[in-house]
Structures are given as C-alpha cells and as structure tokens.
Design a binder for this molecule. Sequence first.
Ligand code: PMP
Length: 366
Amino acid sequence: MRRGGSHSVYNFSSGPAALPAPVMQRARDEFLNFAGTRLSIVETGHRTGAFSAVVAQADADMRALLGLGDDYAVIFLQGGATLQFLMTALNLARDGQHCAYLDTGYWSGKAIATAREVRPVDVVASGAAGGYTQVPSADAWQSFDAAAYLHYTPNETIDGLEFDFVPDTGKVPLVADMSSTILSRPIPVERFGLIYAGAQKNLGPAGLAVVIVRRDLAERAAADVPSQLTYRAHIAAGSLLNTPPTFTWWLVGMTLAWVREQGGLEEMDRRAIARSRIVYAAIDESGGFYVNRINRAQRSRMNIPFGISDDRLESHFLAAAEEAGLKQLAGHRSKGGLRASLYNAMPVAGAEALAAFMRDFAKRNG
Ligand code: PMP
C-alpha cells in the first residue's frame, strides 16, 4: 500500500489496525461531501436519511456476508468488546444460572473476570498450565449442560492461539468473542447464539462493537437488568439509543462493502491462509532464530506472536523493521516480544515483505 511517500508501508498493528486502502481513500475523497449532501459525515445528524442509509446498508452487508436469517439481530454498540464481556453475562444468565467459559488466553481471561463480577462462572477448561499454547481438548472439558451459555474466544489476539473447530454445545447457546477473527473465514452461524466483536481490527476504526444475537436470546434478560444494558433495548432502538460514532459506522459500512466486492468470506479465508503461511514459514525455516510456541494446528492466522531466541535483538529488529516501512510489530505490553497482525486489509504482499525482511535480518544477525 502506498501512503504519502514513495515507499510501501505495511501496518501490522493488532488494533486499531490497517484498513483497506480503497476504504481510506474513499473516506478522504468524500469527507467534506457525505452522500452528496455537501456536509461532512462528522457534522451530519444520526437520524438523517443519509445516515439511515449507512445504517441500513451496513446491516444488509453484514447479513449477506454471514448468511444471517431473520432470527438473528445485528446491533452496533459502543463500549467495545469489553462491554460485551458484561452484557453477555447480564443478558443471557438469569435466575442464578451459571455461565461456562473456556480459558484459552488473555482475552478469555478478561471475559471470565468480568462475567464473575455479575454472575456465577464455571471455567470448564483452561490452557493456563500449558502457557496457552493449545486449546484444551474437548474430551477433557467439564460438563456444562446446565449452563446459560458456553463462552469462548475463537482467536486469542495476544497469545496467537486460534481454535481449529467450533465447540459442540448441544442445546447450550454458544457465545463467541470474535474481535480478532470476524469475517476472516466462513462460519456456521446457526451454531452460535451470540457473536460479538470490536470493530477496530477486521471491521473498521475503533468506536463500535458489533453484536449478532439470536432474537430469542436477546429477550432473555431478567427484569432487573438496567434497560440500557439489555440487548432488547438496543434492538428496539435500532442501535440508536444514543448518538453513535457516525464516522466509525460509515467506515465500517465501507469496509463491509469492500469485503463483499473482494469476494466475501471465502476470499478472506484464502488470503488469511496465504498470508499466515508465508510468515510462519519465515519463522519455521529460520533454524531457531525466530520462535513461535503455539501448537501448529492452532496457530492464529490473524495474529502471529514470535520472539527472537536472542531476545536482545528484538529492539534492533523493531527499529530496522520500522525503517523498512514494516510498522507496529511490537508484541502486546503484557507479553513483550514481537507480533505480526494480518487482518483482512493486509495484502499478501505485506506478508511477503515481512517474511523477506525477517530472512534478511536473521542472515545479518544470526
Ligand atoms: N477481545 C479480544 C479477542 C480482543 O482482541 C480485544 C482487543 N484487542 C478485546 C476483546 C477488547 O476489545 P475492546 O478494546 O474493543 O473492548
């Protein structure tokens, strides 16, 4: 992607993350003239016809991409995925029901801690003992037949661990935090009761979370849940219970349209496989210079944490990568090391550029 200067720049941020270049170019071109109104999107009312059209189109594109039927509602909300840690528990568990969680890394840990503030939580399996390098095998999960739902994090953004299966929960609703994997592959949506995701990775800029919820589950909240925190209130208000981040919503809409134009989820899947293979190959073929500890079958296609076995070289790596236009490759502050996030907007050429840089760096410093 060319931006500003004559050099290609690739942005490996985990989020807010790279957006598709055509989306940003269109946002720039139309910033002062939104939908032909000669007003900017950022000064346009959220109940105008022009903005209502953005809302309707984003809903339609999300539904088309995921193949959602009328039995699912799509809601756009503020408060990020973090607020959904709370809302899922408050809305879906009632009358003393327990909530079941799979603990597979940093973000599922946050979801568990938040749910525990309001509801009884059972952790039915944890990967903590193994350092979150693999998903605990389903045969070893405790039973959760009486739980309000089973929550899991299909892709752990920080740990770089991605489920290679969709948990089988029988009649218990399945809840997924898809913040860092949504729209990166086709999913059997009918197996999910609720899916949520922060926008700032695969959907657009920061400021919104999307919630896809089966309508019967959205009605489950007990009467003592404050109405602003119920899914049913947001559904009834068409996601406009208060003034939304209109600019973010506009860009989310453009990003959804871009995914459709590119060929939809099959094509996103194909690219995710191609990009991640290229970067993992650079790690695996480095003779131990670079390391990634995740179980191979469950390595994330979206977020690749890695280290240099001589970790004193990591700051040098980051500085040289930055110089080469390979941006934001530092690992999460809780973990250190390096991490390459390869979301939908990352061209395959970006993964190739990173892999070439890694090979060259290893040759020069190995
Ligand atoms: N869940 C996952 C899997 C994430 O990656 C993140 C953000 N990196 C969050 C939750 C938190 O998202 P937010 O900042 O939108 O609350």
